[in-house]
Design a protein around this ligand. Structure first.
Ligand SMILES: Cc1cc2nc3c(=O)[nH]c(=O)nc-3n(C[C@H](O)[C@H](O)[C@H](O)COP(=O)(O)O)c2cc1C
Length: 326
């Protein structure tokens, strides 16, 4: 089985990909989406989304990072895909799942799922222009309002020559509401003669097993679960291989939280700490310590204040450990 790390705009950036793939278990990452309209982006834009281009399109752990494009104009999608591939992206992923109103209003993301032929024409245009050695993958939801067009969408994507397909097992109207309907994926596996990856609502190793069983897919993609539980990829792999792995304790993750803040989250004065707070909001599902720290930092907006809060939290937690061990 393969475990993929989901693209997540605003939180799964270069620093997060390095961190999570460094813990192990992940076979592929995808960048935050590059919004394509009617021009070719200069090299620096692709470098910004994927600094990994400077290291062969892989994280330091060696995990390939596909560049994700979102848009509706086949020509400009293809032009930008060719550019990304030329710069060394090991694969191109096409986003047809974004539910955001602003994106959908400008004819991008999941709104296209209402028109399977347009989805197919975008995939075909990109596939025809990008060197055949570079995979072109698509990421979809089950549909826009419902899943009645899923067969047509999948058939079109396969016919257009996509290398793989990831299905987030919810419609656009489902948003992120549980459950994810993994069994709906199984209904289209018969017409998808390419690997299909199941995504949605996988928070632990049991969910991963259940998603595999219900969807019929070997491979899974983890989004919020990977943020809530940074070593989930490794845990899923070791369960699958019947091997043992150490489960990370909060104090081990705290160092990564601080490293993420240092690398990723201090550079735009208006948004200092936003990415770290978002990550803590997921981590607190799993770790009491993350909940405590989240409430300490959530109102803070200055680098020094946040660094101080993390340091103080570390001291308190260390003392607590000493007392508990005494
Ligand atoms: C904050 C956030 C940002 C996301 N950004 C992207 C994105 O840039 N591209 C994309 O294809 N999907 C994006 N997604 C969707 C995820 O990749 C994934 O499909 C979804 O979260 C379902 O998986 P999960 O239940 O494991 O989180 C985003 C989801 C969230 C919550």
């Amino acid at each position: 089985m393969r475990v993929l790390l989901a693209p997540m705009q605003g939180v799964v950036d270069h620093a997060m990909r390095e961190l999570l793939t460094g813990l192990g278990g992940y076979d592929r990452c995808v960048t935050e989406f590059v919004r394509v309209t009617d021009h070719r982006f200069p090299e620096r834009v692709f470098q910004r989304y994927s600094p990994e281009l400077n290291q062969g399109g892989r994280t330091i752990a060696g995990t390939p990072v596909f560049i994700q494009l979102l848009g509706s104009d086949p020509k400009w999608m293809a032009v930008n895909a060719v550019e990304a591939a030329k710069l060394g992206a090991p694969g191109i992923d096409l986003n047809f799942g974004c539910p955001a109103k602003t994106v959908n209003r400008s004819d991008g993301g999941s709104v296209l799922l209402q028109e399977p032929k347009r989805v197919a024409s975008i995939v075909a245009a990109v596939r025809n222009e990008v060197d055949e050695s570079i995979p072109v993958t698509a990421k979809i939801r089950l549909g826009y309002k419902d899943s009645s067009l899923l067969q047509d969408i999948v058939a079109g994507i396969v016919e257009a020559g996509a290398t793989e397909l990831c299905i987030h097992a919810r419609t656009r109207d489902d948003g992120y509401k549980p459950p994810a309907h993994w069994s709906h994926i199984k209904r289209v596996l018969g017409i998808a003669h390419i690997p299909v990856i199941a995504n949605g609502e996988i928070w632990n190793t049991n969910d991963a097993q259940q998603a595999q069983a219900e969807s019929g897919c070997q491979d899974v993609m983890l989004g919020r679960g990977a943020l809530a539980c940074p070593d989930l990829g490794r845990q899923i792999k070791s369960q699958f291989n019947n091997s043992k792995t150490e489960v990370l304790a909060w104090m081990q993750i705290l160092d990564s939280v601080e490293a993420f803040f240092d690398q990723s989250d201090q550079w735009s004065p208006r948004y200092v700490g936003n990415r770290t707070k978002q990550w803590l909001a997921y981590l607190k599902r799993q770790y009491e310590g993350a909940d405590i720290l989240f409430h300490k930092v959530k109102g803070l907006t200055k680098v020094g204040q946040i660094k101080e809060a993390i340091q103080l939290h570390r001291e308190v937690q260390n003392k607590r450990e000493v007392i508990e061990c005494a």
